[in-house]
Structures are given as structure tokens and as C-alpha cells.
Write a protein that binds this ligand. Structure first.
Ligand code: ADP
Ligand code: MG
Length: 566
């Protein structure tokens, strides 16, 4: 080993380490799943790179993860012969958190939030979870294809800093040694480790091996150790290739944790094998919680792509439209070539048909959830509804399906919660009503107190109350639902159709005639501000209100444009 160099963790890492040790203490066993998950990813990455350059495998093509322990020393060791890391990789991966926005997020956590494992888990606890059980961690690693002397030894006690040293490492890949805290030595135990591997890492398609523990007593009662022999502890088959009926919910959830790097559970999933013109398997998940950086445009997203069980790449964006970007999952194709590149994915007929099929799958999965588990669906809506609202603009062909999934606040409940569907609304429509009425404003409070609602209240007609930033834009793309037109009640001539009696219409006309001189005078006075001044029966209590022209930009939209400097 050459001389050591001491480096400091990025501030965010220090904070996260501290929070994690305290918030995840009751889930401490997950460290093993995280390290095996990383080891398996490293093997997947190498296998993929070796498709192009098989010299990377040199004479060791049997990719696997091994787990060892030493009771006396109080250590657990996780080893893989995957892609490995060089010095720069180590510094970037085991010294920083790359996600932007992390610092602000951590800074703004309140006292209670700091103990919330789900919140802290949003970072994908990953490698740093080692420090929940270890007082010291050694990482020995060498990148595939690099010379033996380019090995790196990383060590940290999980406080503020870590050391780096150059080493010779004959075997490629990564070996991680956890020096357990005195109170955590229970993990240095074969039975315990085997159980944890079966519980958390059974779905990992790489074999996870441990040494057989076979002691045999001879006649004199002396126990004699046999030559060490490895055995595979997990099933080591890609979970999604197994029949659905044989996969438990827990197994689906564990695969979700592995591919999503999400500490929390999935809300629902859909697992499908497609045969015919295209041949692929998809397993799509909807998370329970939105990641803290969902609104960050640069955030990576997309599905994991496999070709014939071989991992190809992460974050393939082509499989789903933007408005379904909360979806996690895998696609395993039997049609695409193993050497498929991102460029090929961008213009490929097979990908296009898969994209429209996968889009339908996600929409159907959500429709099913809404039907079977309205509470679960509400949870989805509260987390991701704002994203789904981008749908009608981006994907007009699925307009009706998306509209069915939307949830609104309405005058029926009077609550700010968006929990009413358009079907609910239609079920409550008045005799003779053939339109869906809505009002859009800056806040729920403003929408709810809009003077435009007065006549609707009087007649007992329900109105959708819209106050999300995106709503007015959304309504620009939602023209009708179930044959019923959407009508902005703050716009143009309000035609209440059949609901309005002939007398009402007559009275409005008469009032306009009678007060013609007053209206003319008001119009002259307000000349530069308004286009027209009219008597209306829209109002019950308020003396006057402003109406936007049928084709003019709404107030909310105008503000968005102004903010954008237009
Ligand atoms: P994540 O797995 O979500 O990326 P982790 O904290 O688990 O986050 O790991 C951080 C990074 O460190 C990984 O993305 C990977 O690049 C690298 N890494 C961790 N473990 C290994 C390993 N066994 N072999 C190679 N690289 C690894
Ligand atoms: Mg990880």
C-alpha cells in the first residue's frame, strides 16, 4: 500500500450519514441488501460491457457475489467480480451524493422529519447504510480492464472523512469489509446472513454465494473442517421470468427496492409477458412516494432495459411519455439486439410500439387501482396527480383514459382535496345539464369564493374548482369528456342551456335593454380596460364581476406567460 491520502466527505454525505444512522436504526439489516444490490449491479454492468469487449472478463467469466463472515473478528465481507472502480470513481461514488437539491432538502428537514426513515430513504440509502452496523468500512476495488496496480483501498469510520491508498489487487471487482460495531456482531453469523439473503436478495439474478458450513464429527467426537465449498444461497433467476402465480408480493417489493433505489414500497405493479409480433416482458411499478427531486428537470428517469435477461442500460426514457415519469420498472426484450445503443432506441419501430403498449399498461394499471383500491389511488393522486395532468397535452390519443384518472376539488365537497372524478361529477349532473363546468384560480380559496359561482350555487349545479398552476393549461387540452363539453364559467357568454329557464333569459335581455345608457357610460369610463359592459344573471350577491373573452388567455395562464417574460 502506498501512502494514504485523507479526504473529507461532501457536507451532504456527512449530514446523510448522521441522519441515516439514527433514522434507519430499526431497519439496520437492509445494509446487506444494499451492498448485494450494488455488487449485482456491478456484475450486470461488466457483463454488458463485455458484450463489446470480452477481454474485460479475462479468465474469470463466472460473475457472482460472495458473502463471508468472521465471527471472531466481527466482520462481514461482500465481494464481487463485477466492473469495479478506479480512484476517480471511488471519490465520486463513495464520497459525494450526486443528486442536485440534496443539500437544500436536508437543510429544510424539521426535527421530526429527521427521524423519518421514509424521508431519509428517499436518497436511496445505498452504500452509506453500511455505517448503520459498521464502525469501520474497507473497500478494496479494481476496475475491469485496468492494471493490477491500479487497485484502490478506501477506508472510513463513517465520521467526517475517508482515506484512500493505491494497492495491488489481482482480482478485478470490489471487496467490502464491514467491521461491525460491538453491539452488531450478531450479523457475523452464517444462519443470520443466509436468512437475510433469502429475504432481501432472492430476486437478484446473479448468484449470491456463501461457504458451506459443513463440520463433521469423527469417531472421537473431534470436529473436522472439510475443504471450503461454495453454495448459491439465492434463487439466482430473473424474477420477471417466473410465472406471476409463483411470485409473492414481498418478492415483487424486493425487486422494486433493487431497481428503484427507493427505500419505501411500491403502491402497485403490473407484470406482463407479451408474445407475438413483439416479444418482451415488462414489470412496471408505481411508487408510493414521490422522490424529493421529482420536479428537477435533469433528474434521471425511465425504465431498466434487459435484452434476453442481460442487463443493457438504466434510465431508458423512450419507453414511456414524460407524464408517466414516476413509473419504475424493467423491460426485457427478446427482439432487440444485444448491442442496442441509446441512438438506436431513439428511432426504432419496435420501441415505438412498445412505448404505446407500455403507456396503455400504466394507464390501465392506474384505472384498476382506482377501481379496486380508491384509497390507494388517492394516495397516488396526491403524490403524482400534478404530473399526470401533463398527460392530455402530451398524449392526445389517450385523452379519454387520462381524463378518467383525473381527480378534482369541486363545489360538491367544498374541500381543497382533489378527490372527485369526472364520472362522479357526471353522476351528479342536473336534469338537462349537458356541460361540465369549472373555474380556475390562483388558489383553492379564490376559486371557491369566485363570484362566478353564485348562479351555480343558486341552481345547485356542481362546478370543478381548479387551482393548480398547470390547470388552465390542462383545460386547454381537455375539450370534452363522455361527450360533455368543458365550460369555464369565468369566460364569455355563459350558456346554461336547458338549465336556465326562458324567464331568466328573458329577464337578462330586458335588463340589458333597460339599463343601456348606464352600460354605455360605464363602458366609456372603462374604455381602456374592458371590451364590454353587460347586465348578467350570473351574479346573486356580488354587484359585478370580470369575465374573460371566450378566446382570451385566462388570468392564470397570463401570469405564467408573464413570469416567463412573454
Ligand atoms: P446507488 O446504488 O443508488 O447508485 P449506492 O450508494 O448504493 O447508490 O452506490 C453508489 C455508487 O457506488 C453506485 O452507483 C456505483 O457506481 C458505486 N458502487 C457501489 N458499490 C459498488 C460495487 N460493488 N462495484 C462497483 N461500483 C460500486
Ligand atoms: Mg445501491
Amino acid at each position: 500500500e502506498t501512502q494514504q491520502e485523507t479526504l473529507s466527505f461532501q457536507t451532504e454525505v456527512k449530514q446523510l450519514l448522521h441522519l441515516m444512522i439514527h433514522s434507519l436504526y430499526s431497519n439496520k439489516e437492509i445494509f446487506l441488501r444494499e451492498l448485494i444490490s450494488n455488487a449485482s449491479d456491478a456484475c450486470d454492468k461488466l457483463r454488458f460491457q463485455a458484450l463489446k469487449d470480452d477481454s474485460l472478463l479475462s479468465d474469470d467469466g463466472d460473475l457472482a457475489v460472495t458473502v463471508e463472515f468472521d465471527k471472531d473478528a466481527g466482520t462481514v465481507t461482500i465481494n464481487d467480480n463485477g466492473i469495479g472502480m478506479n480512484r476517480d470513481d471511488v471519490i465520486a461514488n463513495l464520497g459525494t451524493i450526486a443528486k442536485s437539491g440534496t443539500a437544500e432538502f436536508l437543510q429544510n428537514l424539521t426535527g421530526d422529519e429527521r427521524k423519518d426513515s421514509q424521508l431519509i430513504g428517499q436518497f436511496g440509502v445505498g452504500f452509506y447504510s453500511s455505517f448503520i452496523v459498521a464502525q469501520g468500512v474497507d473497500v478494496y476495488t479494481r476496475k475491469a480492464g485496468e492494471p493490477v496496480e491500479n487497485g484502490v483501498h478506501w477506508h472510513s469510520g463513517g465520521e467526517g472523512e475517508f482515506t484512500l491508498a493505491d494497492i495491488e489487487k489481482p482480482e478485478r471487482g470490489t471487496r467490502i469489509v464491514l467491521h461491525l460495531k460491538p453491539e452488531e456482531t450478531e450479523f457475523a453469523d452464517g444462519w443470520r446472513l443466509r436468512n437475510l439473503i433469502r429475504k432481501y436478495s432472492d430476486h437478484i439474478s446473479m448468484p449470491v454465494r456463501m461457504l458451506k458450513e459443513n463440520f463433521e464429527a469423527d469417531e472421537d467426537g473431534n470436529t473436522e473442517e472439510k475443504a471450503p465449498e461454495w453454495e448459491t444461497v439465492n434463487s439466482a433467476t430473473a424474477l420477471w421470468t417466473r410465472p406471476k402465480s409463483e411470485i409473492s408480493d414481498e418478492e415483487y417489493q424486493e425487486l422494486y427496492h433493487h431497481i428503484s433505489h427507493d427505500f419505501g414500497d411500491a403502491l402497485t405493479w403490473s407484470h406482463n409477458k407479451v408474445e407475438g409480433k413483439l416479444d418482451y416482458t415488462s414489470l412496471l411499478y408505481i411508487p408510493k412516494k414521490a422522490p424529493f427531486d421529482m420536479w428537477n428537470r435533469e433528474r434521471v428517469r425511465g425504465l431498466k432495459l434487459y435484452v434476453q435477461r442481460v442487463f443493457i442500460m438504466d434510465d431508458v426514457e423512450q419507453f414511456l411519455p414524460m407524464y408517466l415519469r414516476f413509473t419504475k420498472g424493467i423491460v426485457d426484450s427478446n427482439d432487440l439486439p444485444l448491442n442496442v445503443s441509446r441512438e438506436i432506441l431513439q428511432s426504432n419501430d419496435a420501441i415505438d410500439s412498445m412505448r404505446s403498449a407500455l403507456t396503455k399498461r400504466v394507464l390501465d394499471m392506474l384505472a384498476k387501482l382506482a377501481k379496486k383500491d380508491p384509497e390507494g389511488y388517492q394516495q397516488f393522486w396526491d403524490e403524482f396527480g400534478q404530473v399526470l395532468k401533463e398527460g392530455p397535452a402530451e398524449d392526445p390519443s389517450n385523452n379519454e383514459k387520462i381524463a378518467k384518472l383525473l381527480r378534482f376539488a369541486t363545489t360538491h365537497t367544498g374541500e381543497a382535496n382533489q378527490n372527485q372524478s369526472l364520472d362522479d361529477y357526471i353522476g351528479r349532473m342536473k336534469e338537462g345539464q349537458d356541460k361540465i363546468y369549472y373555474v380556475a384560480a390562483d388558489s383553492h380559496q379564490t376559486a371557491k369564493n369566485s363570484p362566478h359561482l353564485e348562479v351555480f350555487r343558486k341552481k345547485g349545479i356542481e362546478v370543478l374548482l381548479m387551482s393548480d398552476r398547470i390547470d388552465e393549461w390542462l383545460m386547454g387540452y381537455l375539450r370534452e369528456f363522455d361527450g360533455k363539453q368543458f365550460v369555464d364559467i369565468a369566460r364569455g357568454d355563459l350558456d346554461l342551456g336547458e338549465i336556465e329557464s326562458e324567464e331568466d333569459k328573458e329577464a337578462e335581455k330586458k335588463a340589458n335593454d333597460e339599463h343601456k345608457p348606464l352600460l354605455e357610460r360605464l363602458k366609456t369610463l372603462l374604455e381602456s380596460e374592458v371590451e364590454e359592459v353587460r347586465m348578467t344573471n350570473r351574479l346573486v350577491d356580488s354587484p359585478a364581476c370580470i369575465v374573460v373573452g371566450q378566446n382570451d388567455m385566462g388570468a392564470q395562464m397570463r401570469r405564467i406567460m408573464e413570469a416567463a417574460g412573454q
